[in-house]
Ligand binder design. Structure first.
Ligand code: G3P
Length: 214
């Protein structure tokens, strides 16, 4: 399973990339706005840090506007994946962008029916938001299970990119289900490393070693 970081923060991207396990980056308009930097310049910097898919979202909501923005974003670097919202004009645009070999990530997916449309349009990735579904008392991981099954049934090529991840259990469950990618905030990447028995065990090994006077 690929691990992407869900942020536009350069320090976090650099730190996560330094572990050697980072496969890509996803951003969204809220994450970019938080950084207070020029969007395209920020993307230029991100592509230099991570050699993998970098999702950059359009803000247009009409077909022509989405296509125009998508072409501008795709021109920045070959690793840019254009993130498009799961609305009618978005899906129409994804179909067209796929024909033009522009990679897409269909975002704001909250149902299996939406995921079917994205796959039929030829999206490179579908981003179901699990945490936001959990927030409204629907088990977000149930949606991932459904999409995995549906995509397998029809051999759809669209990769399932589990988004809106809030904790390591989301990551483990996604891996058990066979999702292709998990994108997560920096703090969740950090948490993947941790186990109290590892810390306790290491402390004991080092203390015992010290006692041996070697
Ligand atoms: O980037 C899309 C998604 O991962 C957003 O997550 O935490 O804002 O629901 P969140």
């Amino acid at each position: 399973m690929k691990i992407f970081i869900d942020t536009a923060n350069l320090a976090q991207i650099k730190e996560a990339a330094s572990y050697g396990l980072l496969d890509g980056v996803t951003t969204n308009p809220s994450l970019v706005a938080k950084e207070g930097k020029n969007f395209k310049q920020l993307l230029q910097e991100i592509v230099e840090i991570v050699d993998g898919p970098i999702s950059a979202e359009v803000v247009a909501t009409d077909y022509n506007g989405i296509i125009k923005e998508a072409n501008e974003l795709a021109k920045i670097h070959e690793n840019i994946v254009v993130k498009v919202p799961l609305i009618k004009d978005g899906i129409k645009a994804v179909k067209k962008l796929t024909e033009e070999d522009i990679k897409t990530n269909v975002t704001l997916c909250f149902s299996a029916s939406q995921a079917i449309l994205a796959a039929k349009a030829g999206a490179t990735y579908i981003s179901p938001f699990v945490g936001r579904l959990d927030d409204i008392s629907f088990n977000g991981m149930d949606l991932i299970k459904q999409i995995v099954e549906i995509y397998k049934n029809y051999n759809y090529k669209t990769q399932i990119l589990v988004a809106s991840i809030r904790h390591p259990l989301h990551v483990v469950e996604a891996a058990l289900m066979g999702a292709h990618v998990c994108t997560m905030p920096f703090d969740v990447i950090e948490k993947l490393f941790n186990h109290p028995l590892t810390s306790i065990g290491l402390e004991k090994f080092l203390k015992d070693w010290e006692k041996s006077n070697q």
